[in-house]
Design a protein around this ligand. Sequence first.
Ligand SMILES: Nc1ncnc2c1ncn2[C@@H]1O[C@H](COP(=O)(O)OP(=O)(O)OP(=O)(O)O)[C@@H](O)[C@H]1O
Ligand SMILES: [Mg+2]
Length: 107
Amino acid sequence: MSTTLTQTIITHSEEETLAFGRSLAAQLTAPQCILLTGDLGAGKTTLTKGIAEGLNVACKEDVTSPTYTLIHEYRGKEVLVFHVDLYRLETERELNEIWRIFFCSKL
Ligand SMILES: Nc1ncnc2c1ncn2[C@@H]1O[C@H](COP(=O)(O)OP(=O)(O)OP(=O)(O)O)[C@@H](O)[C@H]1O
Ligand SMILES: [Mg+2]
């Protein structure tokens, strides 16, 4: 039997979202996949900025939405972070291709 734990975190400002991202980063151990879902402007990229800062792979100014580039790669001293926009993918095959080209070749 599997157990699902749900935790609700509410942030009230950009800075709080960044801070949550940084604290989330401190709990991560590679390899790990985090899926973010939310409407335009929901705060996905802001959270990613916080995670990237917490993992010491980039500063928040350098993290932008990979909307047109599909994937951004941030390499730190200890970890490698891929920020992928899955919104434009249409088939499982495309996802497999991304996995093969970007992740498998660099890990
Ligand atoms: N908790 C919050 N309260 C208020 N504003 C926030 C909060 N978190 C983030 N923001 C602000 O909301 C705006 C949109 O955030 P962000 O760009 O991270 O959204 P997104 O989900 O990545 O959007 P898109 O889908 O367009 O890429 C930013 O200006 C950000 O500073
Ligand atoms: Mg975004």
